[in-house]
Design a protein around this ligand. Structure first.
Ligand code: NDP
Ligand code: 2IT
Length: 446
């Protein structure tokens, strides 16, 4: 039974934002696991804490006009959701994808707030992006779009106020163009954006951080439950930044990576996916994963991204998009004997899929904990920028591993204290929320 205060706030939210289904899904998942906390803290209701928490502090919406290579003008919509700054400057990525809406960015910003809290670093939560589709655009078109977007965004961000980074469709190329324009407009160097190139203030291991961190946390979760990751067979969705570096770390851990996907289909290679070929196709050439069998000389391709969940595996690692793994796919994975699921993407499992995994006793780590390594190394990039230093790869990677182990300890301890020992979803939501709640309570009710 949900705590009465939580039930009321959720029902008000559902009637106010019925047109933002992803935001409601994220809010519902978080709020329902907070009942044991609110039963112990009646002062939160008197302070209107939840009503404040579920509304972003500020939302910026603006147009981004740009001109294509043929001289034709286009206009996209762009957003920055500054969700919560109780524990530090707003921090979170920018997504460029045609599906981007305010509701999707609100779900991402809400989750980012709890994720950033879990890292243990002083980071608030934010997210932004645009419905611009970088696919099929020339480098110059992407550059002009990024410059035009920054012409508005620059006045709302800064190293101590709001620090964007990458997300879907925003990688090294886009960050470079965005940062260049920020610097032209403000004359400020420093930490207003993370994910920067190594030659201009970026951190070692930021490119790898989300994927590596995902596998450090997965390893910690398996070890805690008496299992050994070595020799397990893993299926990854996506073949972008998160998926590729997660698969790279998995291979180093002795895992056999048997499948990866993109938005159109997936490859299956029982011998172990050749990641150099995937990097060449997806990162360098921005091509389709369907090219893999011909280029690698082995493996098979099948149309339809969700087919990847029909393969038998020990580990399922969704690293692509929200709601990419539904109840049907979860049931199939369970029937095929999956042992653990960890979310590299943000909210890739539907509420139904998550419930099925948990009820079946499959170890399940939600994105707020599992993919927090990216933003954690972003915080290390901010520290290095402030110090005017560049740390070595091994130093950053070692710190990342410690952070992921600490996050697992935190969610595991919190699950034991407030829920059931393996309910890492509740563990992440409660531990992430409590720190933000304490900071909000301490700072007064405005
Ligand atoms: P990228 O843009 O680098 O890659 C996205 C990948 O997902 C591409 O391979 C894309 O395929 C694929 N994809 C998109 N939609 C679908 C779909 N419906 N089904 C299957 N595959 C799909 O993004 P990232 O790797 O950076 O981000 C992936 C996820 O991880 C997102 O949920 C993001 O929010 C999350 N995340 C990212 C972090 C980061 O540091 N980058 C940090 C924490 C979380 P295609 O090439 O066909 O478009
Ligand atoms: O979802 C995420 O955590 C990210 N896209 C990374 C955010 C960041 O600020 O590094």
């Amino acid at each position: 039974m949900a705590n009465a205060y939580i039930a009321r706030v959720l029902s008000e939210l559902e009637s106010r934002y019925y047109h933002e289904p992803e935001f409601l899904q994220a809010a519902r998942e978080m709020l329902l696991s907070l009942s044991p906390v609110f039963d112990q803290h009646p002062e939160f209701e008197r302070a209107g804490l939840l009503e404040r928490f579920v509304e972003p502090e500020r939302v910026l919406i603006f147009r981004v006009p740009w001109v294509d290579d043929a001289g034709r003008a286009h206009v996209n919509r762009a957003y920055r959701v500054q969700f919560n700054s109780a524990i530090g400057p707003y921090k979170g990525g920018l997504r460029f994808h045609p599906s981007v809406t305010l509701g999707i960015l609100k779900f991402l910003a809400l989750e980012q707030t709890l994720k950033n809290s879990l890292t243990g670093m002083p980071l608030g939560g934010g997210k932004g992006g645009s419905d611009f589709d970088p696919k099929g655009k020339s480098d110059n078109e992407v550059m002009r779009f990024c410059q035009s977007m920054m012409n508005e965004l620059y006045r709302h961000i800064g190293a101590d106020t709001d620090v964007p980074a990458g997300d879907v469709g925003v990688g090294a190329r886009e960050i470079g163009y965005l940062y260049g324009q920020f610097k032209r407009l403000t004359a400020l160097n420093g930490g207003a954006i993370t994910g920067k190139g190594l030659s201009y203030g970026g951190s070692q291991a930021r490119t790898e951080a989300t994927g590596y961190g995902l596998m450090y946390l997965t390893d910690a979760m398996l070890r805690h439950n008496g299992m050994d990751i070595q020799g397990m067979r893993a299926v990854f969705s996506g073949s972008g930044n998160v998926s590729i570096y997660a698969a790279e770390k998995a291979a180093q851990q002795g895992v056999r990576v048997i499948a990866m996907s993109d938005s159109l289909g997936f490859i299956h290679d029982e011998a172990g996916v050749d990641l150099n070929v995937v990097k060449q196709i997806k990162l360098k050439e921005r091509g389709r994963i369907s090219e893999y069998p011909a280029r690698a000389g082995r493996g098979a391709y099948r149309e339809g991204a969700s087919g990847v969940w029909e393969l038998a595996c020990d580990l399922a690692l969704p690293c692509a998009m929200q709601n990419e793994l539904d109840g049907r796919s979860a049931a199939r994975l369970i029937a095929n004997g999956v042992r653990a699921v960890a979310e590299g993407a943000n909210m890739p499992c539907t509420l139904e899929a998550t419930a099925l995994f948990q009820d079946a006793g499959v170890l399940f780590a939600s994105g707020k904990a599992a993919n927090a390594g990216g933003v954690a190394v972003s915080a290390l990039e901010m520290s290095q920028n402030s110090q005017r230093l560049s740390w070595r790869f091994d130093a950053v990677d070692g710190e990342l591993r410690d952070i992921m182990n600490r996050i697992f300890d935190t969610i595991s301890r919190t699950a034991r204290q407030y829920a059931t020992p393996q309910d890492y979803v509740a563990g992440a939501n409660i531990a992430g929320f409590l720190k933000v709640a304490e900071a909000m309570m301490a700072q007064g009710q405005v």
